[in-house]
Write a protein that binds this ligand. Sequence first.
Ligand code: FES
Ligand code: FES
Length: 186
Amino acid sequence: MTKFTVNDRPVQYRMDPDTPLLWALRDASNLTGTKYGCGTGDCGACTVDIDGEAVRSCQISIANAEGRFVTTIEALSPDRGHPLQQAFAADNVSQCGYCVPGVIMAASVLLRRNSNPTDEQIDTAITNICRCGIYPRLRGAIKRAGRIMRGEERIAAAPPPGITPEEAARTVPALGRSASPAKQQP
Ligand code: FES
Ligand code: FES
């Protein structure tokens, strides 16, 4: 039994401890915003926040996540109100969108440390691969999100989400035996 916190909820996964975190999140917790791209740590589509660090969830087992705090794209903001989500929507950054959750999670860690990054700092921090080639718009949106965070710019709120974090995190019935639902600690 592996216990840690996902999106502020304690979870217990009854899965092989060597299971990559990515598959526990996607298959057991139904948090499908975290994407599978390569499985080798190269693309960054699976990036989540673990204890304030951007981590490729295909490269860490659930055993190694024991006791840690994991945040996925579903919980970055309850209302898509994170400055990165606002800026990405306003700037129409996404093409197919597949890489975007991982990019945003990596960028959120960067902006938490440095809300005014240079192109070079963005390129160093965001090593995610985008097959659609959104890199120029991506840099611009990250800088715009930084301006929002610094109070230098305001933009219209992004549209409301179509699914709540609670709905996204519900246990998939067919997989109910492999993972227990998220439970509140006493
Ligand atoms: S799926 Fe994890 S880095 Fe590509
Ligand atoms: S927007 Fe398509 S992979 Fe990045």
